[in-house]
Ligand binder design. Structure first.
Ligand SMILES: [Fe+2]
Length: 329
């Protein structure tokens, strides 16, 4: 039997939402009881219960995606740390700018490293520090070559080893040192040098990564090597140490400023709650994950590093950074 309904019947028909495939005679314009047309509904209406469930769920998913997108946003940032020495004069102070590059792991920013080089040059630094793990143990060295080529001769540049340079399977540590030195970079290997910048005499020292013992010299002991800096008796306006590893800071009380990397910001940051979840050689909830630390008069700045390509954990609320330090005298 064919069932038909007029327009007036439709208006007066009960407003019900039909389940597809279930026969509801008052909604059917065509079809038979034996072969009903399943997708005809006079007044489809989403039930109040369904809407109240789906709407907040949809909003929650959108919010979660937005938070995830913000959390994993990996645009390069340039934090600025300003250090005022005791003799800084508010009116005629001398400002020495340092760019701290750590844990690049051969990553490349922009075509031929153009983005990173441009950002470094935009600071017009007086000094550039390469604080270890610039070369990765697995990735090709091209990223480091491009960087060093781009900043060659731009400012006095100093380098110390990191653990990954010692771990490299592609290049020996000797080859890496030679590569870096070829661009006019000073290698600091448990050694120091003095440099005059804007009339201020700076002592700049650098220490080897403790992995030197494992990969190059079995007799090496980084704690013994640190002793020479305890006994250092040099006149300088300001003393700076470059040490790839931040967790060894207590071995170097002699210096006014110590700069480090290695911790990668602890990979996961929860703003205002957690400054780093995990860092190599410090474990979970690392003390020196990244940022500025004060040890008495000594300032310790730990870069969160530049690599985004080789994380063991994703970087969450932890963008790669190119650190700028402004020392006022
Ligand atoms: Fe490292």
């Amino acid at each position: 039997m064919v069932i038909r309904s007029s327009n007036s019947e439709r208006v007066n028909a009960p407003r019900k939402c039909l389940t597809p495939g279930v026969w509801h005679p008052w909604t059917v314009k065509t079809g038979t009881a034996e072969h009903p047309s399943p997708r005809k509904c006079l007044a489809p209406k989403v039930s109040g219960t369904n809407a109240s469930v789906w709407r907040p769920l949809f909003l929650a998913v959108c919010l979660a995606l937005l938070l995830l997108s913000c959390a994993t946003h990996n645009s390069l940032v340039m934090p600025l740390y300003t250090i005022e020495s005791g003799e800084a004069d508010k009116v005629e102070s001398i400002c020495i700018k340092i760019v701290l590059i750590a844990d690049l792991h051969n990553d490349i920013y922009g075509t031929d490293q153009a983005v990173l080089i441009q950002k470094i040059k935009s600071v017009e630094p007086d000094l550039i520090f390469l604080a270890g793990d610039i070369v990765d143990d697995k990735q090709p060295i091209e990223g480091t070559r491009l960087l060093l080529e781009g900043i060659e001769g731009f400012a006095p540049t100093f380098y110390v080893t990191g653990n990954h340079e010692y771990m490299s399977r592609r290049y020996s540590i000797k080859t890496i040192r030679q590569e870096i030195q070829a661009y006019g970079v000073t290698i600091l290997s448990d050694s120091y040098t003095k440099i005059n910048i804007k009339g201020k005499e700076l002592l700049i020292a650098g220490v080897e990564d403790p992995f030197k013992k494992k990969y190059e010299d079995k007799t090496y002991d980084y704690k013994k090597a640190a002793l020479k800096f305890l006994e250092l008796d040099e006149e300088a306006d300001y003393t700076i140490l470059i040490s790839h590893r931040p967790e060894t800071i207590r071995l170097y009380p002699y210096f006014d400023l110590v700069v480090s990397g290695h911790a990668h910001g602890g990979q996961v940051i929860i703003p205002k709650l957690l400054n780093g979840l995990y860092a190599p050689h410090q474990g979970f909830f690392p003390r020196y994950a990244g940022g500025r630390y004060q040890h008495g008069k000594q300032v310790h700045i730990v870069s969160r590093g530049l690599t985004v390509m080789r994380p063991r954990l994703p970087r969450i609320y932890n963008p790669p950074e190119l650190v700028v330090i402004s020392c006022l005298f």
